[in-house]
Ligand binder design. Sequence first.
Ligand SMILES: Nc1ncnc2c1ncn2[C@@H]1O[C@H](COP(=O)(O)OP(=O)(O)O)[C@@H](O)[C@H]1O
Ligand SMILES: [Mg+2]
Length: 260
Amino acid sequence: MERTDCTPVDCSTCNEDCGSRQDMESPILKAHPWSNIKKVIAIAGGKGGIGRSFITATLAVLLKAKGYQVGILDADIMGPVIPQAFGITEKAKGSDKGIYPVKTSDGIDVFSMSLLQKTDEEPALVNGAMASNILGQFWAQVIWGDKDFILIDLPSGTGDLPQTILERFPLNAVICVTSTPKLTQMVTEKSLKMIEDTEIPLLALVNNRSVKGEDLLRNRKADSEIPFSPKNETLMNQGRASEIILKELEPTIDKIINML
Ligand SMILES: Nc1ncnc2c1ncn2[C@@H]1O[C@H](COP(=O)(O)OP(=O)(O)O)[C@@H](O)[C@H]1O
Ligand SMILES: [Mg+2]
C-alpha cells in the first residue's frame, strides 16, 4: 500500500511493503511520477552574493526564449529570491497528488520555499538538516510535468544543503559561478573541490562581474564572462528578470543544449 505521509529521505516509519519506500541502496531521490525531466543542472558557487541566482534566472530566460521547457528549483531555503526576481506574487497550490510550481510571465516554472510562505519577509525557521529534508520533499512532491531542463539555484557554501543536492539529486551537470576577487576565488575553489568529489560533470564556469584583464586562479578559463550591469541589477530587483537577455551566456547555453 502506498503511503502519502512518508518523507522521501526517511523511510524509517514505513512498512517493508510501502510503495513509496525509496530503494535505500540508491541514495538518489526520485522525482514525482508526473515529473518528466530530461536534464537536471545545479548552479553552484561558493560565496553568497556571487550571482548564482542572477545567472540561474538569466540562463532560464535564454533557454525559454529558445523554445525549451524550463523549470527553476530555488534550493536556497533560507534566502529564496527566484520568485521575487520574476515578480511572482502567486503562491504554490497543492493537491493530494503533489504541489504545482508557479509560472513566470514567460512560462518558466518556478518552485521555491517562498511560494509556501505567507509573506516574502517570513524567515524559514529551520536548521540545516530540516532544510535538507524539505529539499528532498520538494523533489519528490513537486509536479514539474515535461521539462527539458530543471535548473537548481544552490545556496552558498559547502554545507548541508549544497551537499544534499550534490549527493542525492539526479544531477546531470553543475555550472559554477565565480568572480575574480581573490577571496571569492578561494571560496570557489572549495566548491569546485566539493563538485570534483562527486562524479557529476562540471559543465561550465561562469565568471560573473568580470573585469577585463583580471584572470581566474589556476589559469581556469571561464565559458562565459558576464560584466556587472546596473540596468540588469535593477531589472532583477524589480522582479523583471524575464527582460534580461545576456548574450555573454550563449557559450554556456550551447553547452546546456548540447546535453540533450
Ligand atoms: N552580472 C550582474 N549584473 C548585474 N547585477 C548582478 C550581476 N550579478 C549579480 N547581480 C546582482 O547582485 C546581487 C547578488 O546576486 P545573487 O544572484 O542574488 O547572488 P547569490 O545568489 O550568489 O547569493 C543581486 O542583486 C543580483 O541581481
Ligand atoms: Mg542566491
